[in-house]
Design a protein around this ligand. Structure first.
Ligand code: GLU
Length: 508
């Protein structure tokens, strides 16, 4: 035990789709393991059968795969500590729970849920919070208050029971956290958590500690929401006799909503206008669909790069990191203590950056199928040229058509606002003159056409903006796009003239 190899785990519960905060936890585990030549395993913590959600496990595995978080052991690939699904490890846990009872670190409790509910209500009536703990445990029906023969009778007759940890009184428990430093908690604040139930299943706390020990985990890197459980886990390591093999803890700061008001939660879904899941998810019971980054057109490398910087900083101005660079630069020391606000605009910015890094050929591979679907005749060299021209304006591959359709087909309508602002009373008249110029522009290059049009403007003392805006409107259909004369050269003289004619006719 306790080889000095770095071994980390990502241990989600399959209670629904993985939230982007969960993906970030997985990512930091992965970066840390790879940086130190260690292992990362995926363990599925499915002991709470009431919260099990169909399809969640497959979703988690697919998400990690899409992100390039290639764990090297665990559910989906197996390894020396298989099985990695806690529901399949059921026989493992009971002996540890019994050990705790034998050593007086835990006890049986037979209180029914209804009995506990009645007590809870009476506490609430007194405006107090109820927890089963050292102050009141002697008022309940458990092996601390019943005689040994009563306990044996109840167990033998199959009465439902739970095993609870016996939290020590007034003891300072120290959690050494690699991010938060020394966290000290007085044990009197802790409750006697349930560790094991008579259905034969452990709770999260026991299963988590036992598995981290058996799977030789060296570092537990997980979300801050688990920090309150850490003192209990520290006690369990001690009571199980594993004090010296205890993993090191690192609790990651929260991911916050964009306005900084609270944790970004699964329920935020599309409510705030951006996905909170890596992949699209269809809820198996309500059939409700939540969007995902992959389906919204994000490139996995951009998504990962964006997530990596939400909580960790490299200590330099560098923002663009490949996975290999992240592995190289990552350290837990540079993970902050305070929460990071999620910034949907920054997420788009990252995708934009990664899109710019792709070659025109690579983008053409992704864009061509859509053009084929739209029955556009594919002239490869035209496509590459157009991609080169509109790429700087694109954040996503799927924006190509919106940014570039006018290179392939004449606009079928004109943007109403642009018409209002840019089509003047005399526009039709001037466009007729521009049309004549273009007809005679030889050679028909962007440069030559531009010279002709500019000369015409100067000679007639016209306003360049007004002319160019009107011309763009009838060529493009809106007031967007790259250099107009380059567009004109690419679509060709005949098409240009026909668009001018049509524009004059429609807009009058
Ligand atoms: N199963 C827990 C979860 O769903 C794991 C917490 C931990 O990493 O210890 O997040």
């Amino acid at each position: 035990m306790n080889s000095h190899k770095i071994r980390v785990r990502f241990a989600p519960s399959p209670t629904g789709p993985l939230h982007i905060g969960g993906v970030r936890t997985a990512l930091y585990n992965y970066l840390f393991a790879k940086k130190h030549g260690g292992d990362m395993l995926l363990r599925i913590e499915d002991t709470d059968q009431t919260r099990y959600v169909e399809g969640a496990e497959a979703y988690i595995i697919e998400s990690l795969k899409w992100c390039g978080i290639n764990y090297n052991e665990g559910v989906g690939i197996d390894g020396p500590h298989a099985p990695y699904r806690q529901s399949e490890r059921k026989p493992v846990y009971k002996q540890y729970a019994l050990d705790l009872i034998k050593n007086n670190f835990a006890y049986y409790a037979f209180d029914t849920p209804q009995e506990l509910e009645t007590v809870r209500k009476s506490y609430e009536a007194d405006k107090k919070n109820f927890q089963y703990d050292q102050k009141n445990r002697l008022q309940f029906k458990n092996s601390l208050t019943l005689s040994q023969s009563e306990v044996s009778f109840l167990l033998d007759s199959g009465s439902p029971y739970v095993m609870r940890i016996k939290i020590p009184e007034n003891e300072e428990i120290l959690v050494n956290d690699l991010i938060r430093g020394e966290v000290r908690v007085n044990s009197s604040q802790l409750d006697d958590k349930v560790l094991f139930k008579s259905d034969g299943l452990p709770t999260y706390h026991l299963a988590n500690v036992v598995d981290d020990y058996l799977m030789e985990i060296s570092h537990v890197i997980r979300g801050e929401e688990w920090l309150p459980s850490a003192p209990l886990h520290v006690l369990l390591y001690r009571y199980l006799g594993w004090e010296n093999d205890k993993p090191q803890f690192a609790h990651l700061p929260l991911l916050l909503k964009p306005d900084g008001n609270g944790k970004l939660s699964k329920r935020d879904g599309d409510r705030l206008g951006f996905p909170v899941f890596p992949l699209q998810w269809t809820d198996p019971s309500s059939k409700e669909i939540s969007s995902g980054y992959r389906d919204a057109g994000y490139l996995p490398d951009a998504f990962i790069n964006m997530l990596a910087l939400l909580g960790w900083n490299p200590g330099t101005e560098q923002e663009i990191f490949s996975m290999d660079e992240l592995i190289e630069s990552f350290s837990l020391e540079r993970v902050g203590k305070s929460g990071s606000k999620f910034d949907p605009e920054k997420a788009k910015w990252f995708n934009h950056q990664y899109l710019q890094q792709m070659t025109d050929e690579e983008l053409a591979e992704l864009i061509a199928p859509d053009l084929t679907l739209k029955l556009i005749h594919l002239d490869r060299s035209l496509l590459l040229t157009v991609i080169g021209m509109v790429k700087p304006r694109m954040n996503f591959v799927h924006e190509f058509w919106d940014q570039a359709s006018y290179f392939f087909v004449a606009p079928s309508e004109y943007d109403a606002k642009a018409v209002k602002d840019r089509w003047k009373n005399d526009s039709a008249e001037t466009m007729k003159k521009v049309s004549t110029l273009i007809q005679h522009s030889e050679p028909f290059t962007a440069e030559n056409t531009k010279t002709q049009v500019m000369n015409f403007i100067v000679e007639n003392q016209l306003n360049t903006g007004v002319i160019m805006n009107a011309l763009r409107l009838i060529i493009v259909g809106a007031s967007k796009g790259p250099d107009l004369f380059e567009i004109i050269e690419l679509i060709g003289k005949t098409e240009t003239l026909s668009r001018i004619d049509k524009g004059i006719e429609v807009l009058g």
